[in-house]
Design a protein around this ligand. Structure first.
Ligand code: SIN
Ligand code: MN
Length: 265
């Protein structure tokens, strides 16, 4: 469970890093589940511009029991409940794969803009839990955050005309301008949490973040579980987005058995 200091750090900085929250065998089980899931064809599988390498896979918790257990584990769900102090459900789960040599950058952005534009979510009452499936170093494209940038709210309000993606909104579609980013960094600096597989970074939906390409000979798979307040669901103005992008079930989660993360059949 998080301490009062942890919770205060999250609210002050917009992020909280917990190295080694999950064990090496648990991280290994999640990697295996990810690789299994990467073979499942469908729209939930997004490729890099070369159309071959996997860029991101959505909603593995709907197909792979290890990910389902992860989302309901006391460590992840319990911590998220402490940070938001509300009943929560999984609004979205994705794994950004950042493959060796091929993983492209993720532009500087604030997540909440994407979710407001795509799903008409009213309030930033969400929390991201980024679970490292691989060791993250300075070499394989760690996520870089601007501490404190969540406290100014949304910096831009629209998406670019020339959009890279349709339904899932790639950060390039809502990227900050160099001037906007420079002003944020002048105030808050930059941090990029690094640590062993199994580490977790909790981050606020309005914190400015992005990441560089992966030029290293090993991948950087990062599972991001986004919990939302059950009182803050999507309010689609038109056709709701598919289930794999924005869950339609807002049933509050309760903490469950974590044994499956270890890969027990
Ligand atoms: C990344 O996977 O490097 C980007 C993460 C994010 O935008 O949330
Ligand atoms: Mn993001």
């Amino acid at each position: 469970m998080l301490t009062a200091d942890d919770i205060a750090t999250y609210h002050r900085d917009g992020l909280l890093f917990v190295p080694g929250m999950f064990t090496p065998p648990e991280a290994e089980a999640l990697r295996s589940a990810f690789e299994r899931d990467a073979k499942v064809p469908g729209d939930h599988r997004i490729t890099e511009d070369n159309d071959t390498d996997v860029r991101a896979i959505y909603a593995s918790h709907l197909r792979q029991p290890e990910f389902t257990s992860l989302t309901r584990s006391a460590r992840l769900l319990g911590s998220a409940q402490q940070l938001l102090d509300r009943p929560l459900y999984v609004y979205q789960l994705k794994t950004n794969a950042k493959p060796a040599f091929a993983g492209d950058r993720w532009a500087w952005h604030q997540d909440f803009l994407a979710w407001r534009l795509a799903d008409n979510i009213a309030r930033p009452h969400l929390v991201n839990a980024g679970v490292f499936l691989d060791d993250v170093t300075e070499f394989n494209g760690p996520v870089t955050f601007v501490p404190g940038s969540h406290s100014v709210g949304l910096i831009r309000s629209d998406r670019n005309d020339a959009a890279r993606s349709e339904q899932h909104l790639d950060p390039d579609d809502i990227a900050l301008t160099p001037a906007e980013l420079a002003a944020c960094v002048e105030r808050g600096g930059m941090v990029s949490p690094k640590g062993p597989a199994g580490s977790v970074v909790f981050f606020h939906p309005e914190i400015v973040h992005g990441s560089a390409a992966n030029m290293a000979p090993y991948p950087r798979r990062l599972a991001i579980i986004t919990y939302n307040d059950i009182a803050n669901p999507p309010r689609p103005l038109g056709e709701p987005r598919p289930e794999y992008l924005a869950s339609r079930s807002v049933t509050p989660l309760t903490v469950e058995d974590e044994a499956l993360i270890g890969g027990r059949p």
